[in-house]
Write a new protein. Structure first.
Length: 113
């Protein structure tokens, strides 16, 4: 099993990564600073693109995968999804990133080398 960064460190790193590329990132909700789960809401120019969540795989590694609504045809659907997740996981970190090239960011984040 590989080591895991604390949730607070990884959240800060994701926001810095977005900001270093000229994009925007903010913590919407803080969870447990050490062991909280992470969920990113990816937007592009204010429009919802996807949600990514860090999960533990069967081989003991952490990876990012798409979760939640596939599109924001109904903005309420995204809001309900996030409300449901925070209600069931009080340790959850919600991070919102507004990225000019979301497809590239998602591909780089979910790539398993």
């Amino acid at each position: 099993m590989t080591g895991r960064l604390s949730a607070s460190v990884e959240a800060a790193g994701l926001i810095r990564r977005a900001e270093a590329a000229g994009d925007f990132g903010v913590v919407i909700r803080k969870g447990d600073p050490e062991r909280g789960s992470l969920l990113m809401v990816i937007n592009s120019r204010g429009a919802y693109v996807s949600c990514l969540e860090r999960t533990l795989t069967l081989d003991g590694r952490y990876s990012w995968g798409a979760v939640g609504p596939a599109s924001a045809e109904a903005e309420d659907e995204v809001s309900r999804f996030l409300a449901r997740r925070t209600r069931f996981d009080p340790d959850l970190w919600l991070i919102e990133l507004d990225i000019a090239q979301p497809e590239r960011f998602i591909a780089e984040t979910t790539f398993e080398g």
